[in-house]
Write a protein that binds this ligand. Structure first.
Ligand SMILES: NC(=O)c1ccc[n+]([C@@H]2O[C@H](COP(=O)([O-])OP(=O)(O)OC[C@H]3O[C@@H](n4cnc5c(N)ncnc54)[C@H](O)[C@@H]3O)[C@@H](O)[C@H]2O)c1
Length: 313
């Protein structure tokens, strides 16, 4: 990727900002295109000083600038349930009109296009662990549908631009990712628990806490995204950490790691909340030679440290 010009749509967000940094480390010229709807310019401070970095503010679903580029990573979409349920229409347009605009730009430039998809396309899965061959169990009109269906449509559009227009494409099905620069109020489980623990308040577990998630540290995910981009593989690939944990155990671990005096409280499980989530990553291992390497304790410690030292973010 060295010397290439890469557009990172959504580069001011949590994952996108880490990806921009990694691409700059690899000697790419990076253009970050972001509407700042959920991202922040503060996520990019050191990079704005780097000569190979440029920020352009804009919305992929409206208009994308006519740029000369070699590759596109599309991460532009509200991603947390709090964010996408507040902006369902913008979310649907990001995954449809926005993805179309970026695919057209890729086509014009003969550039490689990577779409950040999600484990949410599996919905509340009836197969466990989830393999790429599983079609999913999604409620098309439920409270999560604006996100899940926009990502499913984005996968279909990407796949058809590849087969019909010969655009070189990649699809990453990203599972729950955590790390520094998550927003403290984005409603996702790790920032919720860490913030509650740092304030010694009760940690809110939805349901009885027996539902599971598999959390991947952001540095590992970014390595997976780069490996996928460099591969010639055009079908969807799961990127996540198969280390599956219950939400209750995750809450206890965060209380212990932060040395907090917090207790655990319970609230009703939101509608359509998936009960189990674990990626089968054998395809990523076979096609990309990728697997996550950061243990949960290590990743959590650096995340907690970030929230401690950046309380305003
Ligand atoms: N973090 C995870 O656990 C996770 C899991 C699965 C998939 N993903 C996907 O990865 C991507 C990044 O997620 P994140 O956690 O960093 O979320 P985030 O909200 O921190 O980042 C998304 C970024 O996209 C920008 N954006 C949103 N809509 C836009 C639009 N229409 N035009 C331009 N910019 C727009 C936001 O301002 C923000 O900077 C998303 O596409 C998300 O669906 C993330």
């Amino acid at each position: 990727m060295a010397e290439k010009t890469v557009l990172v749509a959504g580069g001011a967000g949590f994952v996108g900002s880490h990806l921009c940094e990694k691409l700059l480390d690899e000697n790419c010229r990076v253009i970050c295109f972001d509407s700042l709807i959920t991202g922040k310019k503060e996520n990019l401070p050191s990079m704005s000083q780097r000569k190979n970095f440029k920020f352009i503010k804009g919305d992929i679903s409206k208009k994308v600038p006519s740029l000369r580029i070699d590759g596109i990573f599309n991460l532009a979409s509200p991603a947390s349930p709090v964010d996408y349920q507040k902006r369902p229409i913008e979310t649907l347009f990001s995954g449809s009109l926005g993805v179309k605009n970026l695919l057209d730009l890729a086509r014009k430039n003969d550039a490689v296009f990577l779409q950040a998809s999600t484990s949410e396309i599996y919905g509340d899965p009836l197969e466990h662990p989830q393999k790429e061959s599983y079609y999913g169990n999604v409620n098309p009109v439920g409270p999560r549908s604006c996100y899940d269906e926009s990502k499913r449509f984005a996968e279909a559009l990407t796949t058809n631009y590849c087969s019909h227009y010969s655009v070189e494409t990649r699809i990453a099905r990203i599972f729950n990712t955590y790390g520094p620069r998550m927003r403290k109020d984005d409603g996702r489980v790790i920032p919720n628990f860490v913030m509650q623990a740092l304030k010694n308040g009760p940690l809110t577990v939805y349901g009885d806490g027996s539902q599971t998630r598999s959390f991947c540290f952001v540095d590992d995910l970014v390595c997976g995204l780069l490996s996928l981009m460099k591969s010639g593989y055009t079908l969807p690939v799961n990127l996540g950490n198969p280390d599956e944990r219950t939400i209750f155990d995750t809450a206890k671990k965060i209380i212990s790691l932060t040395g907090s005096s917090s207790k655990i409280s319970f609230a009703p499980l939101p509608k359509d909340d998936p009960l189990r989530r674990r990626p089968d990553i054998s395809l990523a291992s076979e096609k990309l030679g990728w697997k996550p390497v950061t243990g949960f304790d290590k990743g959590l410690k650096s995340t907690v440290e970030w929230f401690r030292t950046n309380p305003g973010r």
